[in-house]
Design a protein around this ligand. Structure first.
Ligand code: C5P
Length: 237
């Protein structure tokens, strides 16, 4: 596989073309941003951890029947993935109230929901990724009705699989964000990453935050938390 020109640079990853038009290489950076890029920093070693963690989790999901973009880990920071057209939605699943849910509704943090919630944000930095409802997604033709049903059911399936997996590592999966894409034949698959940047992960025994909230909220011990959560995952698999 030959790495070709850089196609895109995002907040946490770079994307390169390859000699196969159906495949891309993603390269994970240590750069960290929060609050739509207003807070910037570096989390040393994050790129390596997010690359490996996302790959392990996606391989697990793939085995459990959720199609993903993961093809092959190339090195510490780089992975070969299937090229998709990204659906411009952030798909957020929540098991416990916190973050923007608690802020938006003035709802106490830490309440365990009877059923997980699923919500969508319209991926648009200029608009600050606004919350969007199903009928508006369909009105703007961001997805078809069938695609949205597929996305929602995959998101809930991912939650079931990862909730159980993280629990077996002594970690509570609080909430997370997914992104989906379309292959050239239109098939919907899971894309982007699943990492402590995109998930809230709390130590099941102590409630200690082992994710990017340590960076967002200036809690300290950011690198240690990323190393700790990776250690938990590696100890398990
Ligand atoms: O901030 P909020 O409570 O909406 O975040 C819900 C979940 O989605 C968290 O796990 C957070 O890490 C993730 N998220 C993300 N990227 C965003 C917004 C939220 O990964 N732009």
């Amino acid at each position: 596989m030959e790495k070709r020109e850089q196609l895109y640079e995002g907040k946490a990853k770079k994307v390169y073309a390859t000699d196969d038009p159906e495949l891309l290489i993603v390269s994970y950076k240590d750069d960290a941003t929060a609050f739509n890029g207003k807070k910037k920093g570096t989390i040393v070693g994050k790129g390596v951890i997010n690359n490996k963690m996302s790959n392990r989790l996606m391989a697990r999901l793939e085995k459990a029947g959720v199609p993903t973009h993961f093809v092959e880990e190339l090195n510490d920071r780089e992975t070969l993935v299937k090229r998709v057209q990204i659906v411009p939605l952030e798909v957020i699943v929540r098991n416990i109230s916190t973050g923007s849910f608690s802020k938006r509704y003035g709802f106490p943090e830490g309440v365990v929901f009877a059923e997980p919630t699923v919500e969508y944000s319209y991926k648009n930095d200029e608009l600050n990724d606004p919350l969007i409802c199903d009928s508006h997604i369909l009105a703007m033709q961001l997805t078809t009705k069938e695609e949205l049903e597929t996305i929602r059911s995959y998101a809930l399936r991912v939650n079931e699989i990862l909730k159980e997996f993280w629990l077996s590592c002594g970690v509570t999966l609080v909430d997370f964000k997914l992104e989906f894409g379309r292959l050239s034949d239109g098939t919907i698959i899971l894309a982007d990453e699943i990492s402590p940047d995109t998930s809230r992960l709390w130590d099941a025994a102590t409630g200690r935050k082992l994710d990017k909230d340590r960076f967002r909220q200036d809690l300290g011990g950011v690198e240690e938390a990323y190393a700790e959560i990776m250690g938990r995952l590696e100890a398990h698999v």
